[in-house]
Design a protein around this ligand. Structure first.
Ligand code: SF4
Length: 391
């Protein structure tokens, strides 16, 4: 039976992330918490960090099993052979050998579900460990996605967020490969025609893979919401080059312009990294100015931190950590202003809101199609319903 982390359980599974700056420290803290409370329980560590640093993790006192990217799907089998001992077992293969696609979805509440349709990445951005932790690009088949959607629709899901590591690269088959068997554009066309689910969102898509064809499709779609999240990472072309990103800022600006011409109400989120090695004051200012004039709605700002086994970690001219944090703060402030401006622009407009089931202090929340959060006094009859709303 599945339990909350703070409950007493026979087995605790910690799914680690390599993107988190303090994955190692956080993992140690969690294991210590479990040991204090339930010293006889089995502790299993899996996820990206477990794939990247299996030996380090196995040395944490109290860990019984470390499962790599491929093995995590065989958790039940491994548990049958596992008993509490003094040392941890490592079951992990080389990431090059990780193949196969395992679809999964996480159900927050019934309303909105995150459905994984793609995994891994064939790009080689110089700061990123994800290809090392998750392997090459591979995906579910369109048929597989449609089956999952049918199942979710049957369970009452009204909105699905399509997720992946490099979602726009969908279609390289369940074992990956150079040739595309299907495309992301074909997938969204099929989903538009499938019955049962009312709304879809595209979680995040690389700007070079967000074609005009996809933008134009979303603009006339009844089911794909006017909301994009597009990683930019830097507004300086030199920094983008050093990051080994596959586009330059003009392409990004063109994408945003095309989206806003067709969908002036569209919400656009941006990922940006500050403090990349060698990012000068002028290059940061370039990013700031570029984002300032860009018609986007919010940013997710990441402070660069060195990751072992990446090209960027060995690049010269590291930016002092205090400067990285200062730049992060400046962009977060700008993001806050952008979000307020976007919301103000939308004020008075009628939009469709899907309300979620959680009740917080007598209130409920939902999102408009263009991703504005709405909070209102709780009404049971609105749970999982799509209601017309004046923003
Ligand atoms: S596209 Fe994304 S996941 Fe792939 S290497 Fe670049 S940052 Fe990492």
């Amino acid at each position: 039976m599945k339990k909350e982390f703070d409950d007493v359980a026979d087995v605790y599974v910690i799914n680690t992330c390599s993107v988190t700056e303090n994955a190692d420290k956080e993992c140690r803290q969690l294991v210590r918490r479990i040991q204090r409370r339930q010293p006889e329980s089995l502790v299993v560590i899996t996820g990206c960090y477990a794939q990247l640093k299996p030996k380090e993790i196995a040395e944490i006192p109290g860990v019984d099993l470390v499962l790599g990217a491929a093995e995590k799907f065989n958790l039940a089998e491994h548990l049958q052979e596992l008993s509490k001992g003094n040392s941890a077992k490592i079951c992990s293969c080389d990431i090059e050998d990780v193949a196969g696609f395992h679809a999964s979805y996480s159900v927050n509440d019934r309303t909105r579900t995150f459905l994984k349709v793609q995994d891994g990445c064939d790009y080689n951005c110089s700061f990123c460990t994800i290809p090392l932790a998750r392997g090459h690009s591979r995906s579910d088949s369109i048929e597989g996605v449609l089956n999952n959607v049918k199942e979710l629709a049957g369970a009452g899901t009204r909105e699905i967020v399509l997720t992946g590591i490099n979602l726009g690269d969908f279609g390289k088959g369940t074992n990956g490969g150079k040739k595309k068997e299907e495309t992301f554009f074909e997938l969204i066309q099929e989903l538009e025609n499938a019955e049962g689910v009312d709304r879809y969102r595209i979680s995040s898509i690389e700007p070079n893979l967000l074609s005009n064809q996809i933008i134009e499709f979303v603009a006339q779609s009844k089911k794909f919401m006017p909301h994009f999240h597009i990683p930019l990472q830097s507004g300086s072309n030199e920094v983008l080059g050093n990051m080994r990103r596959r586009y330059r800022r003009d392409l990004y600006a063109d994408r945003v312009k095309h989206i806003k011409t067709l969908m002036p109400h569209c919400c656009i989120g941006v990922d940006v990294i500050v403090g990349f090695p060698g990012e000068s004051e002028e290059q940061f200012q370039d990013t700031f100015d570029f984002l300032h004039q860009l018609d986007v709605s919010y940013f997710h700002v990441f402070t660069y931190s060195e990751r072992a086994n990446t090209l960027a970690a060995d690049m010269p001219n590291a930016v002092p950590v205090s400067v990285r944090h200062e730049r992060n703060k400046l962009l977060r402030n700008l993001s806050y202003q952008k979000m307020r401006y976007f919301t103000e622009q939308q004020r008075g407009n009628k939009r469709m809101v899907l309300f979620e089931s959680a009740e917080k202090n007598g209130t409920m929340e939902g999102f408009t199609d263009n991703y504005i959060k709405i909070k209102t006094p709780y009404r049971k009859e609105w749970v999982n319903e799509i209601i017309e709303w004046t923003v």
